[in-house]
Design a protein. Structure first.
Length: 325
């Protein structure tokens, strides 16, 4: 007969390990390849939305994500502004796992696939950190302007938008040194480099309402263009290097498409109330509307609406399921 104390000890070990596990199961889905995941701002939760059926499965979270970036197909890194941890999301294994400790206040993540490094910007400490993901170590810290909130990368250049001080910092990633900085429009939001110009949008000066995006020469900091798009543009992005430029504005609930060569407006449409985030798979645009409680799918060239889904509780960040394709 086996020793009963050994059996009890083994059972306790299993029970304790289960209780202390930090893994969080992702919502279960029938077909991961057709799923888009939706994080919420009005509820600590994550929803799996099956685009083929419209079915939704939701799980509660102990936090709200502030940024999510893809590291490789099916694997993402995520930050939580009010926690001292970074998390790994694995859609193939269906789980969220605490990855490493970090400073509280991380607002944005950027992944450098060539160097396998993760960049973070922290709104509380006003620092950019460079993290070695394999070693889970902070390699460098660089102090920038007040409340850094967005990043963009071009070769060895990292652009950081310091929203609080209204500046863009240009950092040489080969040396981890600030090359230079320049002032941009008042209360900026959104950051994008199109291969020629660095673009910002935002809310405008106090008492004013901004309806433009601004293009700056990244070397001199000179303002080169100002294009009227929508009220309070918050996200500027491209599907690919040579694609049109898309501007999401939450003030008038609009999406504007700019010609890549002429920078003229090709089309403007209206989406759900307070659109807050947009991603693309190269064919379609996926947009979350925070106050409209919906996720919309648009054809990227025509901007025709392909589908709309009701997703309650303030849908915000989006990321693809399966292997990310």
């Amino acid at each position: 007969m086996k020793n009963p104390f050994i059996i009890i000890a083994a059972l306790l070990t299993v029970a304790l390990s289960a209780c202390t596990s930090s893994d969080i199961a992702l919502p279960k889905t029938e077909n991961s390849e057709s799923v888009i995941y939706v994080s919420h701002l009005k509820e600590n939760a994550l929803t799996a939305l099956d685009l083929s059926t419209g079915e939704q499965e939701k799980v509660s979270l102990p936090f709200r994500f502030s940024s999510i970036v893809e590291i490789e197909p099916g694997k993402f890194m995520a930050s939580v502004k009010d926690e001292e941890s970074l998390y790994e999301i694995n859609t193939m294994e269906g789980k969220v796992t605490e990855f490493m400790e970090s400073e509280e206040g991380v607002l944005e993540l950027l992944y450098d696939s060539e160097n396998k490094s993760l960049y973070t910007v922290n709104g509380k400490s006003s620092k950019l950190q460079v993290i070695d993901l394999e070693k889970k170590e902070v390699l460098q810290e660089i102090t920038v302007g007040e409340y850094p909130s967005k990043m963009a990368k071009d070769g060895d250049r990292i652009f950081v938008l310091a929203a609080g001080s209204g500046e863009v910092y240009v950092i040489d990633s080969s040396k981890y040194e600030i090359s230079h900085s320049f002032s941009v429009n008042a209360r900026p939001e959104g950051l994008h480099f199109d291969g020629k110009y660095i673009w910002t949008g935002g809310h405008g000066a106090a008492g004013e309402m901004n309806e433009k995006v601004f293009a700056y020469d990244p070397q001199t900091g000179d303002e080169m263009l100002a294009k009227e798009t929508g009220l309070m543009p918050i996200q500027i992005s491209q599907v690919a290097d040579a694609s049109s430029i898309y501007v999401l504005s939450h003030g008038d609930h609009s999406l504007t498409k700019l010609n890549r060569d002429t920078y003229e407006v090709e089309r403007k449409i209206y989406v759900g109330d307070n659109p807050s985030y947009m991603i693309s798979n190269g064919t379609y645009l996926y947009i979350s509307s925070l106050d409209g409680d919906e996720v919309s799918i648009l054809e990227k060239d025509s901007l025709d609406v392909v589908d709309e889904y009701d997703v309650p509780s303030g849908p915000f960040l989006l990321f693809k399921g399966g292997d990310g394709e």
